[in-house]
Design a protein around this ligand. Structure first.
Ligand code: F3S
Length: 418
């Protein structure tokens, strides 16, 4: 790999041991993926923040980097942690875990990382522009950044994202290259979303078809998984999609298809300069319905845990949630997961007061997947296809997927899982 004088100085230890280690990680990655050089990045997002995932070995690595003079050179934020950093007791988090999680956050703070813990950094001040090279790690955010924003990022691991933060560079391969961003297959959605039973949660502006888009992401993702190479799809047939729908779709497509980039005709920015490939696959409404059914693996189970906010809720979703919960009482554990800056806006708008008066709990900085709650509940109700995947695989929960508004009905004892 060609390195410039600044990168060579880092590799030679002239900027301290942390920068040297970081450059070693990046050059090794670059060699593996055949990168010819490095590209400067302007934004980083680091995953693997929960102590549940990191463990003591991961924490020691962070302390070594902080002790070695590691300092973020570009705007860097974090993925969700294992708990609400300020309000962990309300979530029933073990004090020892909380202690260790705080040590993780402290290590990042020492390195100048902005400790906003969210999988939707683009809603909380870490918003790249079209064509910008970045190094993000959270799969749903990577898919959103590449596809919806048109920024350029591979899916980084925790160490490579940190290395990019401490050096300001990442190896130039994959999603950073024009040739790897061209669509390889056209995906025709037929018919366009019209089934009222799937879209009954649509408000006038269509902002809450999150469940339908999650099911669509699963249906497409599984078809793409079957192909030999990593496919970049050009999706046709979606007439409109809100920010919330796209974040749900990205989370699901990345989970079930390992997808870092798609183009959506008339909706995502690069679609306008791309030609849909001749090779076409179709996804029917029936297949989306079948994907949806497969996500609700416990159709008759009693729900004992309800969560909205995978990916983290936008302020628009929280406003809608406050409307739905106004004057109601929840009858089961209900976590609202979002980023702290979004919660601050909710506080100002009075949404927090309404939501908390219902008995629901804000679980800020974290989510129902990365928090250490394995086995604590039996059946989760959610609108998120991604949450279903991990709730089952990581936390041993059964799942019921339903539209956003129905999840709220479930929480207040008016849903079918009561
Ligand atoms: Fe975010 Fe947790 Fe879902 S990190 S995408 S809310 S699994």
């Amino acid at each position: 790999m060609e390195l410039n004088s600044e990168q060579l100085a880092m590799l030679n230890g002239e900027h301290g041991s942390a920068a040297r280690k970081a450059m070693e990680i990046l050059t090794a990655l670059g060699e593996i993926y055949g990168a010819v050089d490095m590209v400067p990045v302007s934004s980083v997002q680091i995953a693997g923040v929960s102590y549940d995932n990191l463990g003591e070995a991961g924490l020691q690595f962070l302390f070594e980097m902080a002790d070695g003079g590691g300092k973020a050179r570009v705007l860097t934020t974090l993925n969700p942690a294992g708990m609400d950093v300020d309000n962990w007791e309300a979530l029933g988090i073990d004090p020892l875990f909380a202690e260790n999680q705080k040590r993780v956050i402290e290590a990042f703070e020492r390195m100048g990382v902005v400790t906003t813990c969210t999988c939707t950094p683009y809603l909380s001040g870490n918003l790249p522009h079209y064509g910008e090279h970045i190094a993000w790690a959270e799969s749903s955010a990577v898919c959103y950044a590449n596809s919806v924003i048109g920024a350029r990022t591979n899916r980084e691991g925790g160490p490579s994202a940190l290395a990019a933060a401490l050096t300001g560079f990442t190896p130039r391969y994959g999603m950073h290259l024009d040739e790897d961003r061209s669509p390889t297959v056209t995906v025709e959605i037929a018919p366009t979303p019209a089934n009222p039973s799937l879209t009954e949660d649509v408000r006038g502006d269509g902002s809450l078809r999150t469940m339908w888009f999650g099911a669509l992401g699963k249906a497409i993702g599984e078809k793409l998984q079957g192909s030999e190479k990593k496919q970049v799809s050009y999706i046709e047939g979606i007439e409109s999609a809100s920010l919330e729908e796209l974040k749900s779709f990205c989370a699901s497509l990345a989970t079930y298809g390992g997808t870092a980039l798609f183009h959506m005709g008339g909706i995502t920015p690069e679609a306008a300069v791309m030609t849909p490939p001749e090779q076409t696959i179709r996804v029917t409404q029936a297949e989306v319905e079948s994907a949806q059914r497969s996500l609700g693996e416990a159709p008759s189970a009693k729900v004992d845990f309800v969560s909205l906010g995978c990916p983290h809720l936008s302020i628009n979703e929280i406003a809608h949630l406050a409307e739905l919960l106004d004057g109601k009482r929840v009858v089961k554990e209900f976590w609202i997961t979002t980023a702290r800056p979004t919660k601050h806006i909710a506080d100002r708008m009075g949404y927090t007061k309404i939501i908390e008066s219902s008995g629901a709990t804000f679980a800020v900085d974290t989510c129902c997947v990365v928090a250490p709650i394995k086995g604590r509940f039996h059946t989760l109700a959610t609108d998120s296809a991604k949450a279903c995947y991990y709730a089952t695989g990581k936390n041993n929960f059964k799942t019921r997927i339903m539209p956003f508004d129905d999840v709220v009905r479930e929480a207040v004892g008016e849903g079918p899982g009561n």
